[in-house]
Ligand binder design. Structure first.
Ligand SMILES: [Zn+2]
Length: 315
C-alpha cells in the first residue's frame, strides 16, 4: 500500500464563497480531477477524513468565536466575517472536516499506516486567529494539527514550515510563547497580512522558536533555495523536530494571480525533499502538509504534483 496519503472530500466544495472569490470550490474540484486521472494516483493512498472533534477547536480558538462562526453559517446566506472571508450554509461543517483531515492524517501516520500525507482542504487556515476569521480562513487547520500532536501524542518538538506567500499570522500567534512548536515562515513582505518581520522571533519560553523570513516581491527559486540552505535547514537541524507540518500554500508560484513571487513547480519538489530529509533524521519521516493558498488552477495542480513527488520519492 502506498506510504503517501492524499486526503480530499467532495464536501470541501460545499463551502460557498460566492461568485468571483479567488478561494473557490473549483480550486479543489479541478485539483482532484487532475490528480485522480494522473499516473501519480497509483502511488497514493486516499484516506477518508473525519470531522475534528469540537473539543479540539477551543485549544486554538475561543468558544465564543466558534459559536459565532456556527451562528453566521446558520443564517443560510453568504455572510462576510471579515473583509474577505465569507461563510455560507455549510461552511461550519466543511471547516470542521478540513481541520479533521489534518487529525486523520496524523492518526494514520502515528499508527504506522502512512509515512506522510498531503491534505487538500478548504477553507484554508493559517490566517485564522484565536477569536476572529481572517484572510479566507475560519479555523487554523495546521495549528489544530500541532496542538493534537502535543496533547494527544505527547510530542514536544513540532515544526511548522509555512511556505504560503502570505505570513501565517494566526499560526505564529497560537504558538508565539511556546518552545514546543517551532514556526517558520517564508513570505512576501511587506504584504498581506502585514505581520512577519524578521524581528518577530517569539517571546517568553517561545523566544527563538519563531523564524520569519520576509522576502521582497519578485523572489525566485534561487532566493528561496538560499533561505532553505542558510536558515531553515540549519535551524531545523538544531531543533530536531519529531514531526513536521507544512502550511503548503502554492501562491508564491510564478503563475499565481494574487502575489508577485516567481517560484517554479520544481521549487516545491526541492523544498519537500529537504524537509523530508530533516523528518527522516529526527522524526521517523513524519510529515503532514496542509493546503493553504494557490489561486491559479494550472499552477496549483503542477505545484501540488511536484510537492507530491517530493513526498513519494526517497530523499
Ligand atoms: Zn496565501
Amino acid at each position: 500500500m502506498p506510504r503517501t496519503g492524499f486526503i480530499y472530500h467532495s464536501d470541501f466544495l460545499k463551502h460557498d464563497t460566492g461568485p468571483s472569490h479567488p478561494e473557490r470550490p473549483e480550486r479543489l474540484s479541478y485539483l482532484w480531477d487532475q490528480i485522480n486521472s494522473d499516473v501519480i494516483s497509483s502511488q497514493l493512498s486516499f484516506p477518508k477524513p473525519e470531522p475534528i472533534h469540537p473539543r479540539w477547536l477551543t485549544k486554538i480558538h475561543s468558544a465564543e468565536y466558534v459559536e459565532n462562526v456556527k451562528a453566521a453559517c446558520g443564517r443560510g446566506e453568504i455572510i462576510y466575517l471579515d473583509g474577505d472571508t465569507p461563510v455560507s450554509k455549510d461552511s461550519f461543517e466543511v471547516a470542521l472536516l478540513a481541520a479533521g483531515a489534518v487529525h486523520t492524517a496524523i492518526d494514520k501516520i502515528m499508527e504506522g499506516e502512512l509515512g506522510n500525507c498531503f491534505c487538500a482542504v478548504r477553507p484554508p487556515g493559517h490566517h485564522a486567529e484565536r477569536d476572529h476569521a481572517m484572510g479566507f480562513c475560519l479555523f487554523n487547520n495546521v495549528a489544530l494539527g500541532a496542538v493534537y500532536l502535543l496533547e494527544e501524542y505527547k510530542l514536544n518538538r513540532v515544526a511548522i514550515v509555512d511556505w504560503d506567500v502570505h505570513h501565517g499570522n494566526g499560526t505564529q500567534n497560537a504558538f508565539y510563547e511556546s518552545d514546543r512548536v517551532y514556526y517558520i515562515s517564508l513570505h512576501q513582505y511587506p504584504y498581506y497580512p502585514g505581520s512577519g518581520s524578521y524581528n518577530q522571533r517569539g517571546s517568553r519560553k517561545g523566544e527563538g522558536y519563531t523564524l520569519n523570513i520576509p522576502l521582497s516581491p519578485g523572489c525566485d527559486d534561487s532566493d528561496y533555495d538560499l533561505a532553505f540552505d542558510k536558515e531553515i535547514i540549519p535551524s531545523l537541524d538544531d531543533y530536531k523536530p519529531e514531526f513536521i507540518l507544512i502550511s503548503a500554500g502554492f501562491d508564491a508560484h510564478r503563475g499565481d494571480p494574487l502575489a508577485s513571487m516567481k517560484l517554479s513547480d520544481d521549487a516545491y519538489f526541492r523544498f519537500t525533499q529537504e524537509l523530508k530529509r530533516i523528518a527522516e533524521k529526527y522524526g521517523k519521516g513524519r510529515v503532514v502538509s496542509v493546503l493553504e493558498g494557490g489561486y491559479d488552477l494550472g499552477a496549483l495542480v503542477s505545484s501540488v504534483k511536484a510537492h507530491l513527488r517530493g513526498l513519494i520519492e526517497s530523499s
